[in-house]
Design a protein around this ligand. Sequence first.
Ligand SMILES: CCC(=O)SCCNC(=O)CCNC(=O)[C@H](O)C(C)(C)COP(=O)(O)OP(=O)(O)OC[C@H]1O[C@@H](n2cnc3c(N)ncnc32)[C@H](O)[C@@H]1OP(=O)(O)O
Length: 300
Amino acid sequence: MALPLWKNALQTTKKMILQQRRLSLYNSAHGYKEELIKKKLQQFAGGSINLSKEDNGIGILTLNNPKLMNAFTGTMMVELQERVTELENWKDGKGLIIHGAGNTFCSGSDLNAVKEISNSQDGMNMCMFMQNTLTRLMRLPLISVALVQGKAFGGGAELTTACDFRLMAPGSEIRFVHKSMGLVPGWGGAARLVRIVGSGAALQLLGGAVRVDPERALRLGLSDQTLPSSDETRALGEARAWLSQYTDAPATVIRAVKNVVTAGRELPLEAALRTEKDIFGTVWGGPANLQALVRRPKHK
Ligand SMILES: CCC(=O)SCCNC(=O)CCNC(=O)[C@H](O)C(C)(C)COP(=O)(O)OP(=O)(O)OC[C@H]1O[C@@H](n2cnc3c(N)ncnc32)[C@H](O)[C@@H]1OP(=O)(O)O
């Protein structure tokens, strides 16, 4: 017998909450009180996080607070979480480009808000909130790119490390300025940076609050390509073209590719192998696989 509509909706909501918990790092067992920190963050308003989902399966996420070089206000942190939830529920998505409005990426957390929540409890809660969101962002079944134009500083630099790839426009820079602020990264940026560039280079970048230009970033493996254009619109077009080489297949296949890589990166070998087997089962004999068997392409 079919379930009444309200029961269906309740089950879907329950499933979503459970999925979010699974993909998040912190919950009440860690002393994390999400509703409390959200209420606090809502007090620091300004800017927005905009998402446009295109028919070709590419999402464009825009950090929009150009007056403050796209610094993250409290409401932007909450909106980022909402947009990530939206992306988790977007079943046709294949790729994501994150960029900043006004031809610059992001100057980190809004220092006006930071001043107001400088006690350690608020700081820890904000840190857990952002780690949860960025971990869910990193685990999206979408191939993600941070398009760095202008400056990616502090939390902005950390956000770039939650993406699969970083593309840099000429003249742009990534800089972990935390040391100069008497801080270390807290949004997961250090842990992810070590995995991207290795511990020696990460120590240099964090310990020296080093200015990383596109050339150095490319050398370190922090950036995947320097784009030809520094113009905002043209660079976005170039980032789309770059990403399309990895998203040129049905969504089920691209999402499976991302998921096997996430499992390989995050799980112990045996668990990763079992997960890979399960994901393989979702594409084996699927429409893309059957069509390829009919076409019998030669991979020259
Ligand atoms: C997670 C922990 C963290 O994120 S800690 C790191 C926090 N971020 C920072 O310390 C960056 C501070 N900002 C800067 O160093 C400079 O503003 C940078 C980004 C280099 C830009 O310089 P410049 O191109 O000369 O522009 P500007 O300084 O005139 O800035 C324009 C207006 O934006 C503001 N702004 C910038 N960043 C922030 C920020 N993070 N929080 C709050 N406001 C910020 C500037 O104050 C300036 O505002 P105004 O025009 O003076 O009113």
